[in-house]
Design a protein around this ligand. Sequence first.
Ligand code: IPM
Ligand code: MG
Length: 372
Amino acid sequence: MPETYKVLLLPGDGIGPEIMAEAEKVLHALQSQYGVNFETETGLIGGISYDQDGTPLSNNVLDKARNSDAALLGAVGGPKWSDVEYAKRPEAGLLKLRKELDLFANLRPALVMEALIDASTLKADVIRGLDIMIVRELSGGVYFGEPRGIHDQPDGQRVGINTQSYSTNEIHRIADVAFDLARKRNGRVTSCEKSNVMESGLLWREEVTKRHAENGNGVSLDHMYADNCAMQLLKNPRQFDVILTDNLFGDILSDQAAMLTGSLGMLPSASFGKSIEGRPENAVYEPVHGSAPDIAGQGKANPLAMILSLGMMMHYSFNRPDFAQRVSGAVEQVLTRGLRTADIASDGCRIVTTAEMGDAVVDALVKQEKPS
Ligand code: IPM
Ligand code: MG
């Protein structure tokens, strides 16, 4: 009997559906090539869910996500919903999904593929061979802290409030994820915060240090202010192995790290809740980029971050790092052949559409030697 996994597909808004269609092609190719069954179901999230169901994430879809082995998500948001009240905005659907499934660990690998070395705005010498893993805390911090809101003051002023707060447990569990990953990589963790100005940052630094003493065997730990980390990422990005940071700094630093690799369209991500027997009980895989409404529906979107997110699903949820490697190998092959979507175009390359890129990846995957 082949293994069967339940995968929930959440295309979302903007370019989400287009890039999801390409990831589905890759999923089917893996299924027919390697004898694993993926049972897929589709759900609404974001603006499209708000339009149809009046909420950016219905309880029905949330339950489907809980009951699936893993979810693959496109992107949410767009100007169409910019006047919608905060709690019903497309982004609120994504945050609800992360919070309700307790997806506290977000892995964002930034890897420079040799074929794309000229697509980066940085010099080839600075980024060649770059391989960083950003571990972003995803279910706490200023994204969720209370109190929050916009209030009218008696003097006619308005005040906007958000709260950054972290507890010991929240810090320890994400630090453990970073230490575990570092042990499988180059053994170095750089923890980033602003302990020079924020108490929550000071607690972060102290608790990461404590946890490292308890559970950091074989891993070296450094601390860096988040602003310095942003600067160092441009100056000498290869100094980093694993970057451990909070929700907001992780959001910013991961966009920056993505651009080192040439395009936001290349960076995948994985979000996990707690693990049972080495596999995450709940997990959502999504590209780091957004919904890019300006190019939606034009066949211009780069589906590679989405396809590489599917690869991460194979690795982490289904314990098939070999599948993940096959997917990234196929992506690399296509890029080496000179196929590019517009965002990663360079001289002498052939510009292809979203669907052509997806087809080329499937083709490369199918032509790979089958595992014995
Ligand atoms: C990301 C995105 C989200 C975030 C938005 C869409 C809510 O920017 O996943 O990085 O801020 O976390
Ligand atoms: Mg972001």
